[in-house]
Design a protein around this ligand. Sequence first.
Ligand code: F0G
Length: 404
Amino acid sequence: MQLQCSNHECRHDLDRDFAAFECPKCGDLLEMSNNGFRPDPRRLRALWRERRLSNAPADRSGVWRFREFLPQYLDESIVTLGEGNTPLLAGEKSADYAGVSRLQFKHLGWNPTGSFKDLGMTVGVTEARRRGASVVACASTGNTAASMAAYAARAGMSARVYLPKGKLSRAKVAQSFDYGAEVIEIDGNFDDALAHMMQRKDSREYFLNSINPFRIEGQKTTMFELMEQLDWNPPDFVVVPGGNLGNSSAFGKALKELHSAGFISKVPRIVVVQAAGANPLVQTVASGAQSLTVVANPNTCATAIQIGSPRSWRKALHVLSFTKGIVLDVNDEEILEAKRIIGRDGIGCEPASATTLAGICRLRQRGAIERDAHVVAILTGHVLKDPDIILKMHEGKAVWKADS
Ligand code: F0G
């Protein structure tokens, strides 16, 4: 696998070891390319299934199980915490609420550190080690930081996380401390923290934000695992929250690869849901998509996606066009109500993940999703990622009983 510019008009090829994340020719983000890879779908599907019976760490991982489509490493060099292998759960109350008959949740919050970030981080940190990095760094609304800190600890590296002070869940900050990260708080929002980190240019730091193309490769496997769980019959819609837009980009890349290699015969439509107070992609599409419309002061209760200037916006636009996708936004009230309903299905998630159900409701009301459509919503973070917001929603509701 090589690096390549993700801009379809440029497609500049670069060596896998190229140090920067942007194309030296056009400035767009890079991605991994696997030109000339012609797998046999029947053989690989059988092999991937077989690996589930193995006890080897690389086979047990829900990411590395699909390693034919990932950058190559020696099995023993892989940094894994047994990520992936997350369930696909029917959500009956949620389906009733949204008015669709077939709704399933793929819960990526059931990963080792409680969010989908682990799927990318196992590849990102493995690559960091291959490059001889001793310090890994990221800016984060909390989940990337927690995940990076855990995988760095496994790999014996130092982790440095740049967090927007007071603008993220305390539970996530606690996780970063627990895995031994150095926590640097930035006055400002996520976009400021990312800009600060990139400007510092400490050459010892290897960046692990989702502009890192190796992370995107790991996050692709959500689609591989989902299609396998559906016996390779794609749903009509895959609904995903949008923040920095790395995950939507990864899903689109995976679907493109699976479709062109003959693993799936149709491509599900990707629905990206943003919070109304942090909706740069919605605004960008509305304005004709020539340049990114930045949201200067992003504000939402879903702090994980409180992002005004997403780096992967061009990749996400491409995914929308390739999958005939949809982007929309939902307000905080809708997010919290959807979160409550997902909880009633016994599933639970953090606020950012609940944008999916809120988005499905909206699209159903608009008639953009039919009642009998097969919809899969991607839940990105565990319910315990943000306990404060739950306690606030239910303040004063606990029943106090005196000793009798
Ligand atoms: N859901 C959760 C729970 C997240 O933590 C994030 C992003 C997203 C959705 C959006 O994903 O950025 O790929 O579009 N969290 C990042 C972080 C920004 O720092 O943890 P995206």
